[in-house]
Design a protein around this ligand. Structure first.
Ligand code: HEC
Ligand code: HEC
Ligand code: HEC
Ligand code: HEC
Length: 237
């Protein structure tokens, strides 16, 4: 009986371990050990966290002048945007014809055309793709094989947060959440030059993210907080 129990508990542990590996999720405790802490990867010859994405001096490596001391390859894909599909009439805020700003940085790993280890001295030479981690983390999904990568079924990105034109949006001064230090932050704080980007909903560094979510800034279901709380932060539905 004792043996049986220990077999069961090993099995339970094994299941737990698999679940943790395939479904990392956020801890809200910062980037260390978060999904974006890639410092212990075999390919990470620098053994640093930040360097996969940021570098203090560019040493002449050309990743394009995208700001934020960016040290990672960028995608050269073109995209079918939400506003370019049949949805044009519904969008009130001005939308860029291609992803811009911070979304462009995220897509440089997540769109599945640029390797994760395409960074620093390895720019152009990487081989480990997002699908090697989790096929479900590719945006747009792995089923999308067209020339224009199809973002038309993804929440609008690179779109101005224009609550004058769309009265269904809360004012940008609306409080979104509270930082670890106790200060509140607003919708405006998560916009990128006034635009909604991937980072408006996700915290790549996992310090403001809600534990147990896909690095979401605001809980979005009953298990983590308020049902559709993230959506209701911006949309006054
Ligand atoms: C250097 C490449 C890289 C960049 C840049 C990057 N990511 Fe990721 N991201 C990854 C990898 C790799 C994983 C999977 C990690 C794992 O499963 O262990 C991941 C996982 C995620 C996840 C799922 C986390 C989870 O476990 O639920 C989200 C959400 C995410 N990234 C969002 C973003 C957003 C938003 C940006 C831009 C603000 C971004 N990422 C930029 C490489 C990157
Ligand atoms: C997977 C890629 C990735 C890694 C790793 C990463 N960052 Fe970032 N970082 C980003 C992206 C994307 C942005 C822009 C989005 C944002 O501000 O949330 C950003 C923005 C920033 C900013 C400016 C905005 C702000 O939040 O203050 C700072 C500072 C920063 N990162 C520091 C760091 C440091 C320090 C580390 C390592 C401890 C690190 N980052 C690791 C992707 C990354
Ligand atoms: C309007 C908010 C919002 C924006 C903008 C947004 N996401 Fe998400 N994202 C979510 C939510 C909510 C989930 C959780 C979905 C779920 O649990 O089914 C999610 C899930 C994810 C996941 C985990 C896998 C999955 O599909 O469930 C990844 C990776 C991701 N987003 C990356 C991105 C990237 C990259 C961008 C920019 C191109 C982006 N997100 C823009 C809200 C957003
Ligand atoms: C950071 C603010 C923000 C968050 C969070 C957010 N949205 Fe949005 N959403 C916008 C903006 C801005 C637009 C573009 C509105 C416009 O210009 O008409 C938009 C557009 C949309 C549209 C398209 C409307 C149309 O007229 O075509 C839908 C649907 C939508 N959001 C649903 C959601 C859902 C569901 C969530 C939660 C997963 C969510 N949004 C989270 C800001 C946000």
């Amino acid at each position: 009986m004792k043996k049986l129990l220990s077999i069961i508990s090993v099995a339970v542990m094994a299941v737990g371990l698999t679940a943790t590996l395939s479904f990392a999720n956020g801890s809200g405790a910062g980037i260390v050990n978060s999904p974006h802490d890639l410092s212990t990867e075999a390919w990470n010859f620098r053994g640093e966290i930040c360097r996969v994405c940021h570098v203090p001096h560019d040493h002449g490596r050309n990743t394009g002048d995208v700001g934020l001391l960016w040290n990672h390859g960028l995608s050269s894909a073109t995209y079918l945007m939400y506003a370019e599909d049949t949805h044009t009439n519904f969008i009130d805020g001005a939308a860029d014809p291609e992803p811009t700003g911070i979304s462009k940085l995220c897509l440089g790993c997540h769109d599945g055309t640029v390797a994760i280890d395409d960074f620093d001295n390895n720019i152009g030479l990487g081989t480990t793709m997002i699908s090697d981690y989790n096929a479900g983390y590719q945006v747009p999904g792995i089923a999308d094989v067209g020339t224009d990568k199809n973002l038309s079924n993804t929440h609008p990105i690179s779109v101005f947060y224009d609550n004058q034109s769309d009265p269904g949006l809360n004012p940008p001064t609306h409080v979104m959440g509270t930082l670890a230090g106790g200060q509140t932050y607003t919708i405006d704080d998560v916009l990128d030059g006034g635009k909604v980007q991937c980072s408006s909903c996700h915290d790549v560094h996992d310090e403001e993210a809600v534990p147990g979510t896909h690095l979401l800034r605001v809980p979005n279901n009953i298990a983590t907080g308020v049902a559709s709380g993230l959506c209701l932060t911006c949309h006054n539905k």
